[in-house]
Design a protein around this ligand. Sequence first.
Ligand code: CP
Length: 321
Amino acid sequence: MTTPGPHGAGSLEGRCFLSVLDFEPADLEHSLTLSATLKRDRPLGKEAPTSAALQGTYVALLFEKPSLRTRSTFEIAIRELGGNFIVPSADVALGKRESLADVGRCLERWVAGAVVRTYEQSRLTDLALATTSFRVINALSNEEHPCQALADCLTLKERWGDPRGRTVAFVGDGNNVATSFAQAAVMLGIHVRVASPDGCDLPPGIDGDIARVARYGAELTRFRDPVAAVRGADAVYTDVWTSMGREAEVAERRRLFSPYQVNDALMAHAGTDACFLHCLPAHRGEEVTDSVLDSPASAVFDQAENRLHTQKALLVMLYED
Ligand code: CP
C-alpha cells in the first residue's frame, strides 16, 4: 500500500485504510482478487486458508453513527478470520471524556486496531497519527466511505469481468459514498459521471487525486442534468438525499433532489443491461423507486453481501506481516 498515504509524512506507513487513496491502483486490484478468493472459500469455514489470519488479534469497533451493513460485516469478518473484537461504548471511546489521541494510545496497548465510523475525516487521521502500530479503518466519515467502494468495485467486476472503459452514472448528492466510489472506480478504468444539484457537487478538491490515480484513460465528469449523465451508462448509482448528520435539512433536500430520483424513466436512458447500485439503506420512493430497487437490474444486495468479502480481504491485507 501507499507510503506515504494522503495523510502526510509517511507516518501511517500503509497501516491504515482511511481513504481509497491509501491504496494504489495495484493494491485495489489485489484486494478485489483476494476478496473473490475469500468469497469462494467461505463455505470451507474453518478449513478456509485464512480462517486463522487474525488469530490472537483483537480489533475495537468504534461507531458514532448507526450501522447495519458495515458493523455486521466487520463483526463477521473478524470472527471468520479467527480474531476477536471489543465494542467500547461510543460515549467513552471517541474523545468525549479524553482526547482522541489518548483514546488511541490506550487502545493500542490492548488491541491491534480499530474500525471507526465517525464524523469529520480529521478525527480518523488524529486517531491514526497518535498511534504507532494501530491499524485504523474508516467505516464511514462525513467525507469518505472507502469500505463501501471496495464492495461496489467487486460487484461491478462480478457483473462485467474487466470493467475498463465502462461508465457509471452517480445521480444525487456528491457525498462520501460518491467520493470514495469515484476514487476507486477510476483506478479500475471506469468512467464516472456525477449528476448533482447546484451546491451538492463532489468536492472540487478531489480532482487532483482523481487525475493522479485514474488508469486506462478513465475520467470523472460532473453534470447538472441527470438524463445527460445516465445516457448510455453501464450502471446507475444513487444514495440517500440526506446523509447521516444532516437530518435538519431533510425537507429542503427533498425539494432540491426530486429531479434526481432514479426511476424507470431515468433508467430508460441508461445502456442496455445497465445495472442499478445503491449502498443502502434506501429511502424507497425518494432517491429510488421500488420498481428500480426491486428490478432484475438491481445489484444492491450483491453490494451488501460483498461488504463482507471485501472487508475480510482488507483485514487480511492490513494485518499480514
Ligand atoms: N452502506 C452502509 O454503510 O450501510 P450501514 O450504514 O448500514 O453500515
